[in-house]
Design a binder for this molecule. Structure first.
Ligand code: NAP
Length: 243
């Protein structure tokens, strides 16, 4: 069991806002050295400033990497930047994701590609780049942020639901491939979370939706779980969704 996360190194994709930012903040509070990746450097800088304010002892243990996980070379660069800055990698949080919702008849090939390339291929990209470093440390964690949409498909969500169903299958196969290397793979399937996802308003529904910090809590619990057993899939839903 990781009784302490102190000194571990994590890369959080999509760490500039929403769920990824909440995960990065929780890790920083636990004295983890955290690299956050995203496409927008101004958003990453703003997030870094907020994270540094939350750091114990005021030391800078945050790195930012501008990278689009859809491109293998950029995902590889994000992993390499975390390793270069902090000397290794213990924890990969595959959180970056996009939502475009349209019926298949109306969905353009570009929209389809954006979703699959980010939510599924992007996870392969960072994971493939990270595995050698996790192995070098003798073990680690890969936690994928999926969605309940991966098991509850709905009209207008074909691409998104397919991307998350694919991510669920990817995560389970990966878990079986890496478990004997002491690399623990889990995936979290949240329901509605109060963020700006899919051009949403984080304040809208914040009274009943899951708070990003609650997803971060689940991630923290996965990292600290007794290694004798592996909670490989977690479903997380609002207690009382709006009827
Ligand atoms: N909010 C929900 O209700 C909900 C529910 C279940 C699951 N999820 C999942 O949770 C994850 C995070 O969602 P969220 O609600 O926090 O969304 P969000 O607020 O829109 O944040 C998404 C993050 O991902 C980054 N990102 C997007 N595309 C990227 C790319 N190609 N390369 C690198 N970074 C990229 C964004 O930064 P840039 O735009 O600057 O790149 C941002 O940091 C997603 O995988 C989503 O599917 C969300």
């Amino acid at each position: 069991m990781l009784t302490t996360l102190q000194g571990k190194v994590a890369l959080v994709t999509g760490g500039s806002r929403g769920i990824g930012f909440a995960i990065a903040r929780a890790l920083v509070a636990d004295d983890v050295q955290v690299a956050i990746a995203g496409r927008t450097s101004s958003a990453l800088s703003a997030a870094r400033q907020k994270l540094e304010r939350a750091e114990p002892g005021g030391r800078s243990r945050v790195e930012t990497v501008t990278a689009d996980v859809r491109r293998y070379a950029e995902a590889e660069r994000a992993v390499a930047a975390a390793v270069a800055r902090f000397g290794g990698l213990d924890i990969l949080i595959n959180n970056a994701g996009v939502g475009v919702f349209a019926e298949v008849a109306e969905m353009t090939p570009e929209q389809w590609a954006e979703i699959i390339d980010t939510n599924l291929t992007g996870v392969y990209n960072t994971t493939h780049a990270a595995i050698p470093y996790l192995r070098r440390r003798g073990g680690g964690f890969i936690i994928n942020i999926s969605s309940l949409s991966g098991k509850n498909p709905f009209a207008g969500g074909a691409a998104y639901c397919a991307s998350k169903a694919g991510l669920n299958a990817f995560s389970e196969a990966l878990m079986q491939e890496l478990r004997y290397d002491d690399i623990r793979v889990s995936y979290v399937m949240p329901g509605s979370v109060a963020t700006e996802f899919a051009d949403g308003d984080a304040a809208k529904g914040a009274d009943w939706k899951i708070a990003p910090a609650e997803v971060a809590d689940v991630v923290r619990n996965l990292l600290c779980h007794d290694p004798r057993s592996l909670p490989s899939r977690v479903e997380l839903r609002p207690t009382k969704p709006k009827k």
